[in-house]
Design a protein around this ligand. Structure first.
Ligand SMILES: [Zn+2]
Ligand SMILES: [Zn+2]
Length: 441
């Protein structure tokens, strides 16, 4: 069964009652412009807020790594079941894709990542991770809670949805390419737009940050084995020293950004791994180095990758060593659609006040949300969490990372408003007029 047919089938099974968002207004621009503030008020209701906090804490206590999010996924499905929201499972092993709305186009997707990190939580609190060596230190527990919050809001206002919202609970954002596997499963083939967000502890609470065009870098990882000939450290002329060769390789790699890249085109090459030798008096046979490269365009990424290989093999050869280079993972840059950024700006501005919607500089970190944006127009943004009166929040991936749970209603309402308003404003006349989808039903 095709995606559209499947969605229609599910919706045929699910009748629903709901409270219209626009019950006191017509479908005009005035009514639309009030959606974000109405939904934020809805999200702030104590029962919804407490419910999201409970979900977030439960997930936080039981962090699961990429493609192992079985309990998290089970919890999500149990909540969707209670709400009467249809979903598809399993997608990409542990992923869950929910559907709210008419079951017809347009389709707009909202994405939350579910995975935790392999690290020990150092925060002492009631809901500390119960799994040694695993922690939600990137806020994905909050992301899931906020998307479930959005699901609840959307379901309550289902009668007002002028299309279908696709809820993407994605595995393995940190490592393993969860977004790619969701796409490969064909779940987003008819989706017209996708939104994603990340909590950010360094930015003020109640403020959102993004930009049109390139937002986060793309790039990848590299690993090289530089092989020489081991021997006694006091008799170097009988050996071929891979430590010295690797050192020269690392210095030469610095030239790629400082001498070959356009200074106005931000790029990074970092060697973050150097493994070789184990004794004071032995020259080892080989050295392994590895690291990452980042840039904001596909051309620059391709160029960097090619030159990294050339420099490693060429410079190793100068020192009479051999080198093999692997590129285990690569990812595209996160590039926001101009039209969807404009939509985000309008919706977030109405909800939070336009002075709380900030443009940000591009950032050389990466996000696998970028894979969606290669296939579908998308907009990714950051939701601030910092509240000076509550003390400093540590950055993502710190063992002391904490969530300011006050943001949960903002995230849920932003998700729900972006989707609801999108469905009103981006009615694809082509879909409906040509009857393209009617045939499939
Ligand atoms: Zn992370
Ligand atoms: Zn993250």
């Amino acid at each position: 069964m095709g995606f559209i047919k499947w969605v229609f089938f599910i919706f045929a099974l699910c009748a629903s009652g709901s409270t219209p968002i626009l019950s006191d207004s017509s479908f005009n621009s005035n009514g639309l412009s009030r959606i974000p503030s109405k939904l934020l008020n809805f999200a702030k209701k104590p029962e919804l807020f407490d419910w999201m906090v409970g979900i977030r804490r439960k997930i936080h206590e039981n962090p699961e790594l990429g493609y192992e999010e079985f309990e998290t996924s089970k919890l999500i499905r149990a909540e969707l079941d209670k709400m009467g929201i249809s979903y598809r499972y399993p997608v990409a092993i542990t992923g869950v894709i929910g559907f709210v709305g008419t079951g017809k186009p347009p389709f707009v997707a909202l994405r939350a990542d579910m995975d935790a990190l392999a690290m020990q939580e150092m925060v002492e609190w009631e809901h500390k991770s119960k799994i040694p060596g695993k922690m939600h230190a990137c806020g994905h527990d909050a992301h899931v809670a906020m998307l479930l919050g959005a699901a609840k809001i959307l379901k309550e206002h289902q009668k007002d949805l002028q299309g279908t919202v696709v809820l993407v609970f994605q595995p393995a954002e940190e490592e393993g390419g969860g977004a790619e596997r969701i796409l490969e499963a064909g779940m987003l083939e008819n989706v017209d737009a996708i939104f994603g967000m990340h909590v950010e502890p360094s930015l003020p609470v109640g403020e959102v940050f993004t930009r049109p065009g390139p937002l986060l870098a793309g790039g990848g990882y590299f690993e090289a084995v530089i092989s020489g000939k081991g021997g006694h450290a006091a008799i170097p002329h009988h050996s071929v020293d891979p430590i010295l060769a690797a050192s020269n390789v690392i210095v030469s790699l610095q030239h790629l950004v400082s001498r070959e890249a356009d200074p106005l085109d931000s790029q990074v090459v970092t060697v973050a791994k150097f493994q070789g030798g184990g004794a004071f008096n032995v020259i080892p046979d080989s050295v392994t180095i590895g690291g990452t490269y980042r840039a904001f365009s596909k051309e620059s990424i391709t160029q960097l990758k090619q030159r990294i290989e050339e420099v490693i093999t060429g410079q190793a050869a100068v020192q009479k060593c051999n080198a093999t280079v692997n590129f285990p993972e690569s990812f595209p840059p996160t590039i926001n659609s101009e039209a969807l950024h404009e939509h985000f700006h309008k919706v977030a501005g109405e909800m939070l006040g336009i002075h709380r919607v900030k443009d940000m500089q591009p950032y050389l970190g990466s996000e696998d949300f970028a894979f969606y944006q290669e296939a579908i127009p998308g907009c990714y943004f950051f939701l601030g969490m910092k509240n000076e009166t509550l003390g400093r929040l540590e950055s993502e991936h710190s063992p002391y990372f904490q969530i300011n749970e006050d943001i949960l209603p903002f995230g849920a309402a932003l998700h729900a408003s972006l989707a609801t308003s999108y469905l009103f404003e981006f009615q694809p006349e082509v879909h409906l007029q040509e009857g393209k989808y009617d045939d499939e039903f």
